[in-house]
Design a protein around this ligand. Structure first.
Ligand code: 5AD
Ligand code: SF4
Length: 475
């Protein structure tokens, strides 16, 4: 393992967790000897890819503790929900799903139930969960994910409920076991946390300060993935463009991309998410010049109105954003763009919303993730008086989807007749013999082909554009 930085946890703490892993393993072995079957874990992650990547570590730790796996909660002996706090509907799903566990636990009193992830970093939510769901055995926050072995051991042996949700600037723990969900595409966090404090966003409060992994640790992880046959590596961070700040080495995100691009092997590189305030010309040039870096730029704009951008604390203007996009279009003519939009920020007016509509028409995104603003306790925006009606917000949201649908169809139609390179992911939705995959530009392509192609790159000639995907034929 490489030298320490100040977010690293101590060697001692890591050793302690290894001991707890062995202790839980012994408990699970004892259970197996007595009952003749292995305890099964159901670990489900909600929210962003960063949370999914955390979930793969939780699964890695659970596997080392001697759990098998199941993909439903009803036959699990250990249920763990790795939660998301970004919007209210993500939280509501958790309340619903935890409620449903009550009768499973009545049927199987040996079952342990745990909750972790972003929701657990909010004291008012933890209080509510503790009270409403007395059958939840353990609750732990994002900063103690690596202590799961100890927490599970306590849950099994102490006879008490375990709560561990410290506030912290955050940690970096290298070398946790990972049990990846797939064999073709892999998630690699390059940094954790966020320092931006966009006024609507809960992330800085639940994920701690921005901190980067050392490039050596990232490169070693990616080399191992390539050796294992992974074909797509997605680099993760809340704001990958500020990668490297605070590290002792001389590095930034563009340099990291170039180093990964130089690794041997047939694979491609994606990344998310870029913050427009830090996305530089250097980054665009790097994407243009690195053959393995996908020509797809996800650049969340959130709003097209300067007034709203300012209230959101985004640190760029509409003009700055459009300038960057036009530089990218000039440098990488084949590039595709996607974005995130929030509709209904406090006091958004029709005029503000129209500025967003005109921006999306100007950029011509391939696709977009759009959300109605959701008030998050503890954020600055939650304190703003909001006079915009829910009715207006809902209407504008639907209008936005309609406008984007039209733009997306036009974009997709441009591919008809062209040949694109697709990484085959699995079986397609368009029919029985169909396979599916994504282009470099992040567009879904369905085509007829043999299942043996799953996991390889193929060239597909596009014959038709649907509004969610392209159809084509292998050539
Ligand atoms: N309400 C609605 N959408 C939000 N997002 C983040 N916070 C909120 C919120 N409070 C959206 C942003 C971000 C994406 C991941 O989620 O668009 O880019
Ligand atoms: Fe959800 Fe944000 Fe946490 Fe990701 S970091 S799981 S989006 S709250």
């Amino acid at each position: 393992m490489s030298e320490k930085n100040n977010f690293s946890v101590s060697e001692k703490e890591i050793l302690e967790q290894k001991e707890f892993t062995e202790k839980v393993f012994a408990l699970n072995q004892e259970f197996f000897d007595k009952n003749g079957y292995q305890r099964l874990a159901y670990i489900k992650s909600y929210g962003c890819q960063g949370n999914v990547a955390d979930g793969e570590k939780l699964k890695g730790m659970a596997a080392n503790m001697g759990f098998g796996f199941t993909d439903t909660a009803d036959n699990a002996d250990f249920v763990l929900y790795n939660t998301c706090a970004v919007r209210e509907n993500a939280e509501d799903r958790i309340y619903g799903n935890v409620g449903a566990l009550k009768h499973y636990k009545r049927r199987n009193p040996d079952m342990i139930i745990g909750l972790c992830g972003c929701m657990m970093q909010q004291p008012h939510i933890v209080e509510k969960l503790k009270k409403s769901f007395p059958y939840v055995d353990m609750i732990f926050g994002t900063h103690v994910l690596h202590k799961m072995p100890e927490i599970v051991y306590e849950a099994y042996t102490s006879g008490k409920r375990v709560f561990e949700t410290p506030q912290s600037k955050g940690v970096i723990v290298e070398d946790l076991p990972v049990r990846r969900d797939g064999k073709i595409k892999a998630w690699v966090p390059i940094m954790y946390g966020c320092n931006n404090f966009c006024t609507y966003c809960i992330v800085p409060y639940v994920r701690g300060r921005e901190r980067s992994r050392k490039s050596e640790d990232i490169i070693n992880e990616i080399k191992a993935l390539i050796k294992d046959g992974y074909k797509e590596i997605t680099l993760l961070g809340q704001n990958v463009n500020s990668y490297g700040k605070g590290l002792e080495e001389e590095i930034n995100f563009s340099k990291l991309l170039r180093r990964i691009n130089d690794l041997d092997g047939d694979f491609r590189i994606r990344f998310m998410t870029s913050h427009p305030k830090d996305a530089s010309k250097e980054l665009i040039d790097t994407i243009a010049e690195c053959r393995k870096v996908c020509k797809h730029i996800h650049l969340p704009v959130q709003s097209g109105s300067d007034r709203i951008l300012k209230l959101m604390n985004r640190h760029y203007t509409r003009a700055d954003y459009l300038k960057l996009i036009s530089y990218a279009k000039e440098k990488i003519p084949e590039a595709s763009f996607t974005t995130d939009i929030i509709v209904g920020f406090p006091n958004e007016t029709r005029e503000d919303f129209e500025a967003t509509l005109s921006l999306i028409k100007q950029v011509e995104y391939d696709s977009m993730f759009s959300f109605i603003y959701s008030k998050r306790v503890g954020t600055k925006a939650a304190e703003m008086v909001d006079t915009t009606s829910d009715e207006d917000k809902g209407r504008w949201f639907r209008e936005l989807l309609e406008v984007q649908k039209e733009i997306g169809i036009n974009r997709y139609n441009r591919y008809v007749g062209k040949t694109v390179k697709v990484l085959v992911d699995g079986e397609g939705k368009s029919g029985k013999e169909y396979l599916t995959g994504r282009t470099d530009n992040f567009i879904i392509v369905d085509f007829i082909g043999d299942k043996s192609l799953i996991g390889s790159f193929v060239n597909v000639k596009i014959t038709k554009a649907l509004n969610w995907a392209l159809l084509g034929e292998i050539i």
